[in-house]
Design a protein around this ligand. Structure first.
Ligand SMILES: [Zn+2]
Ligand SMILES: [Zn+2]
Length: 241
């Protein structure tokens, strides 16, 4: 399927899902603009809707379109929704693998795996950050003692070399909150390059930065990619000129 067709289908499916367009009108429009068969589009829409809602849809769609849907769902709706969509997709794969009069092609599992890897990178990074920022308050979850120790050491090294003031806006917790704020700071972990396995060393100098919770939230606000430290500094500068 051509990229402009997939893009038109996705945009229309999204508009119908948001109740901005009725399905019957969407079918008509796509038929006129791209010659897309109306019944096929109804199926494409249903597959999109079921993925967003995390429900099984037993009619297959082209793997190109599936791949495109998943990339756009991540971009527009974020990691949690991608996870929901992947669950629905796996239900679909299993439905066919368990012998419902069809065999699912190997490529379906490959596409599923590709997006699982994307999620893995995101969650791995978040787990490290949560650990360092003590969001879990004594509940270490799946972190092993060894990674816990490693994360604490990395946090301490980062603070030793870069201090406890926000690296981006300069906020100093001790200065504002006195003793209560002493030593408090979030540690931001730059997303490690994909392709590294679970056992890489944290590069404290380049991967970790002390940041206040406001700046930290802004670094992660964009859905498709984390802002760089310099980008956020520039944004603050531009808005204070
Ligand atoms: Zn800050
Ligand atoms: Zn962060």
């Amino acid at each position: 399927m051509k990229i402009d067709e997939m893009s038109a289908i996705y945009i229309m499916a999204k508009a119908i899902y948001n109740k901005e367009v009725r399905l019957v009108d969407g079918k008509e429009k796509l038929f006129l603009s791209h010659g897309i068969n109306k019944n096929s589009f109804a199926d494409f829409y249903r597959a999109f809707q079921k993925m967003l809602d995390g429900e099984l849809h037993t009619r297959g769609i082209s793997t190109d379109l599936r791949d495109y849907y998943l990339s756009q769902i991540y971009k527009d709706y974020g990691a949690e929704r991608l996870r929901t969509a992947l669950k629905a997709y796996m239900d679909f794969i299993l439905y066919y693998e368990e012998g419902h009069n069809n065999t699912v092609r190997r490529i379906e599992r490959d596409i599923h795996q590709k997006y699982c890897n994307v999620l893995c990178e995101i969650y791995k990074n978040r787990t490290i950050e949560n650990e360092m920022n003590e969001f879990w308050e004594g509940e270490l979850g799946e972190a092993t003692i060894a990674t816990h120790k490693r994360n604490i050491q990395a946090r301490n090294k980062c603070i030793q070399s870069k201090g406890t003031k926000c690296f981006i806006c300069g906020f100093d917790f001790e200065k504002t909150y006195g003793d209560l704020g002493k030593g408090f700071i979030h540690i931001h972990h730059i997303t490690p390059l994909s392709g590294r396995d679970g056992l890489y060393e944290i590069d404290v100098e380049n991967d970790l930065f002390p940041v206040c919770p406001n700046c930290h939230a802004m670094l992660h606000r964009r859905k498709d990619s984390t802002l760089s430290v310099d980008e956020l500094k520039r944004i603050i500068q531009q808005n204070n000129d």
